[in-house]
Design a protein around this ligand. Structure first.
Ligand code: F6P
Length: 446
């Protein structure tokens, strides 16, 4: 079997705390089974990045990393990746900004990745590139003479053509994607949007590009084992003791404006306004580790959430009850799974999301005998699979407030039926299926 080479902007280095996000979890799972090389950014900025990647080997995986200069970080990561592509691909066009220099920086870093990766490649490697940071990488590698099969997986949504067209170099982006031997998307809808983009860029006939939808999943048995084991650990026992018999609603999201947290907090306030009987009886725990916090839009959302928390607690809290517990800290994965198992409601309401693994983890973490209910945004990729969730439009604040009430009132038999249907879906489309199916399609050729 030929070697697997994964390339992503963020990588999970051994002995560093796991990077937040599904990408790091998914790629690590594939690399643990397949072994191989994982190439990416070290997470560090250096005045003069070394000419050679730093290489660390652990448990059959070689991790090769490069640093970025401050200018590259500013233009490529903060600029084009996270202030241009991120909001645009999530349909949040009011947050979208474009700067020609950022685009130059994006191309420059992709060229740099290709130059540093090329000497490490073997002729029969399978190369798997991940996410929006690295769309031009296949073209750059090909320009340097790489002939290996190169696949690409987009972890975030792919926008409709009329949204994509807001980006001045959108045609370049589509042409660069067409250089891959296989492009994987989270959902069939994203795949269709890409083909619409392709037809828009090549009106006289689009090139043949092999695409597929490969919804990323979770390691179901791994989550079940983690969640059950976590119930016996101190942090989870302490959290449950702190509820003193009250019910728990939980949200776990990177602190990102695409996650719909401000809307969610407002909807919760509406819920408390309208359903006075639940006051004093429900605690909403929102865990939101900081993310990309040196980008202005992220700093602004943080402030808005702090204000919303203060408003809700100031208005509704009592001497012995705080309705909203909002934490910016991160927890070990197992502890999070335990918190989820202890909750009666999981709330996942992104304004747009490629997939959302938190929704899937919440389902897998539940006790099948007494499972919690999941509230899920119709605009998350996961909603296309998890039809046993209480599906909401995250902009519909009254609808979200009503969904909280519906979830809390849901009879046991209904919760069990919804949970077992969703668990069966998760098993059919788990994390192993994601990478196995993608890699099989990449090896199969056109
Ligand atoms: O899944 C989307 C994604 O942008 C990944 O590419 C990334 O690793 C993760 O979210 C976390 O974001 P960041 O790497 O910018 O901290």
């Amino acid at each position: 079997m030929s070697r697997l080479v994964c390339v992503s902007n963020r990588i999970t280095l051994p002995r560093k705390t796991a990077a937040a996000g599904g990408l790091a979890v998914g790629v690590l799972a594939a690399m643990r089974v397949e072994g191989g090389l994982w190439f990416g950014w070290s997470g560090d900025v250096a005045a003069e990045p070394a000419a050679q990647p730093a290489i660390v080997s652990r448990d059959g995986i070689d991790y090769a990393t490069i640093d970025l200069t401050q200018t590259q970080y500013d233009r490529y990561y903060r600029g084009f990746c996270n202030t241009t592509l991120w909001p645009l691909f999530h349909y949040l066009t009011d947050r979208f900004r474009y700067d020609h220099e950022w685009h130059e920086g994006y191309r420059d870093v992709n060229r740099r990745f290709a130059e540093r990766l090329l000497p490490l490649l073997r002729p029969d490697d399978r190369i798997w590139v991940h996410d929006y940071h690295l769309i031009p990488l296949a073209r750059e590698l090909r320009a340097l003479g790489a002939r290996q099969r190169i696949g690409f997986f987009l972890h975030i949504p792919f926008p409709h053509l009329e949204v994509l067209r807001l980006l001045p170099p959108y045609a370049d982006l589509v042409r660069n994607l067409a250089q891959y031997d296989l492009i994987g998307f989270q959902t069939a809808a994203d795949e269709q949007s890409f083909h619409a983009g392709l037809a828009g860029v090549f009106p006289e006939g689009a090139p043949q590009v092999k695409t597929g939808s490969f919804p990323i999943g979770v390691d179901v048995d791994g989550v079940i084992a983690e969640a059950s084991a976590a119930m016996r650990t101190e942090p989870v026992k302490r959290m449950i003791a702190g509820l003193i018999g009250r019910r728990l609603m939980i949200g776990v999201d990177r602190l990102d404006y695409s996650k719909g947290l401000v809307e969610r907090f407002t909807a919760y306030q509406r819920f408390l306004e309208r359903h006075a009987t639940h006051r004093g009886r429900l605690i909403y725990l929102q865990i939101a580790p900081l993310s990309r916090d040196d980008i202005q839009a992220y700093a602004a959302i943080r402030e808005a959430l702090e204000q919303a928390t203060g408003r809700t607690n100031g208005r509704f809290a009592d001497t012995d009850w705080t309705p909203l517990r909002y934490l910016n800290k991160n927890f070990p994965h197992g502890t999070l799974m335990g918190f989820m198992r202890a909750a009666q409601v999981g709330i996942v309401t992104p304004l747009r999301d490629g997939m959302n693994l938190v929704a899937k983890e919440f389902v897998a973490a539940q006790d099948p005998a007494d499972p919690g209910a999941l509230i899920l945004s119709s605009l998350a990729g996961a909603a296309r699979e998890l039809d046993g969730a209480v599906i909401v439009n995250p902009y519909d604040l009254r609808g979200v407030a009503q969904a909280v009430e519906t979830s809390l009132a849901m009879p046991l038999a209904e919760r069990q039926a919804r949970h077992s249907a969703m668990l069966a879906t998760l098993r059919g489309n788990d994390l192993k299926a994601w990478y196995t199916n993608f890699l099989a399609a990449l090896s199969a050729g056109v």
